[in-house]
Design a binder for this molecule. Structure first.
Ligand SMILES: [Zn+2]
Length: 232
């Protein structure tokens, strides 16, 4: 990799910030550059995650720092990425509808699924914008992490289409050992919405705990995950 951003990725960055500088927030029009957060030449430096749209002034500002005579505080990659995500959010959040998702054993006419089969429902509750999304379901049994459900539709690899006011339901098998086990069974579900400009918006992951006696699930929100994608 030569450290250059692809044309497609550059267009995405410009759409995601609506041509605003990701440091000072100014509207730039054509006076905008796609800068590297870590220097060109480092591994993955041509990856879109290393790109930040900046005005000319801010572009020279992030490079201005003399290691021999440090004065002030240099911009750190994590700070730049976090600031960039705030600007991207500002100009793309209107493209993300309200999405409802739930884990359930319920079937029509009062029927129920039985483990290891589990159902999921995802509903688009907005009015006008179609989106795509991915779902990743991680399985925990007692203290054991059994990993992601082994199907591309449920391990985050496949994208689902979702039109306004549509709901989709699906189902997937858990590892067979969960059926007889009496240990705590938890599914941690991560939904990522991809907006019309191709930007991923990670919703916060949620957990569902299985109640064996009722063959149903209750929601357990998880509080220990970072809200931004930057690890803060
Ligand atoms: Zn700027």
């Amino acid at each position: 990799m030569n450290g250059k951003f692809s044309e497609n990725d550059k267009i995405k960055c410009l759409l995601w910030c609506d041509r605003h500088c990701c440091l000072c927030g100014e509207a730039c029009g054509t006076n905008i550059e796609i800068a590297h957060i870590s220097p060109k030449g480092e591994s993955d430096s041509g990856n879109i995650d290393n790109a930040i749209p900046l005005c000319f002034d801010c572009h020279s500002e992030i490079g201005r720092y003399n290691e021999d005579h440090p004065k002030g505080n240099k911009y750190k990659p994590l700070e730049l990425k976090t600031r960039r995500e705030q600007i991207y959010d500002k100009y793309t959040n209107h493209l993300v509808p309200t999405i409802y998702f739930n884990i359930t054993q319920d079937l029509p006419q009062g029927q129920k699924r039985n483990l290891p089969d589990v159902g999921i429902v995802v509903t688009h509750q907005g009015d006008s914008i179609p989106v795509r999304f991915s779902v990743a379901v991680q399985v925990f049994l007692g203290s054991k992490d059994l990993g992601l459900v082994n199907l591309s539709q449920y391990n985050g690899e496949s994208l689902w289409n979702l039109n306004p006011h549509f709901g989709v339901s699906g189902h997937f098998p858990l590892p067979p050992e969960v059926v007889e086990s009496t240990e705590r069974l938890e599914l941690r579900v991560s939904v990522t919405v991809i907006d019309q400009y191709g930007r991923p918006h990670k919703l916060l992951p949620l957990g569902w705990i299985y109640m064996k006696d009722r063959n149903s699930w209750y929601l357990e929100p998880i509080g220990n995950e970072p809200i931004s994608g930057c690890g803060l």
